[in-house]
Design a protein around this ligand. Structure first.
Ligand SMILES: [Zn+2]
Length: 180
């Protein structure tokens, strides 16, 4: 396994739509393993393939780990979602602070459904349909957005985005500087 480079705002890949995984090949399995390592290494609760430069519908999530991350030892139980799809979102929603590994140091409140029903395939190609609530539901909504080129800042209230405008433009400048 190896740690992958995390693409930072506003790299265009973060705005592209990832394509479905048609066949779970060794390459996909390796990508998922590397994404898990990268996610833990960066102390994230979720990661989408766009964020590591691959436009395929693969997401890794481990919100339990995050909840426990201040206690030791932290148990790791990563979930790999291939072709995740949100089937239902509860009308009941909640605003909570979010961050993103592709937008370092940016945090802001985002409204998300409290409960979702979603389906995905695992690395063996088995289909699953499950429900998630709370932080896990929030994380899956955030990561599925990534696969569609949507960032959490897009879902923030306009006034929160205005507050972050300075930080966002600094990130953009930094990105431009690295790509020349
Ligand atoms: Zn993110």
């Amino acid at each position: 396994m190896s740690r992958l480079k995390i693409y930072i705002y506003d790299d265009p890949i973060l705005r592209q739509v990832a394509r479905p995984v048609e066949k779970i090949t060794d390459k996909i399995r390796r990508l998922a393993a590397d994404m898990i390592e990268t996610m833990y290494d960066a102390r994230g609760v979720g990661l989408a393939a766009n964020q590591v430069g691959e436009l395929v519908r693969v997401v890794t999530v481990d919100t339990a780990w995050s909840e426990k991350r201040n206690s030791k030892p932290a148990a790791r139980n990563p979930l790999v979602l291939i072709n995740p799809e949100i089937l239902e979102e509860s009308a009941e929603d909640e605003s909570a602070s979010e961050g993103c590994l592709s937008l370092p140091e940016i945090e802001g409140d985002v409204w998300r459904s409290l409960k979702i029903r979603f389906r995905y395939q695992d690395l063996d190609g088995n289909a699953h349909e499950e429900e998630a609530t709370g932080l896990k539901a929030r994380c899956i909504q955030h990561e599925t957005d990534h696969l569609n080129g949507i960032l959490f800042i897009d879902r923030m209230a306009p006034e929160s985005r205005i507050e972050l405008a300075g930080q966002l433009s600094r990130l953009r400048e930094k990105f431009k500087a690295t790509v020349g």
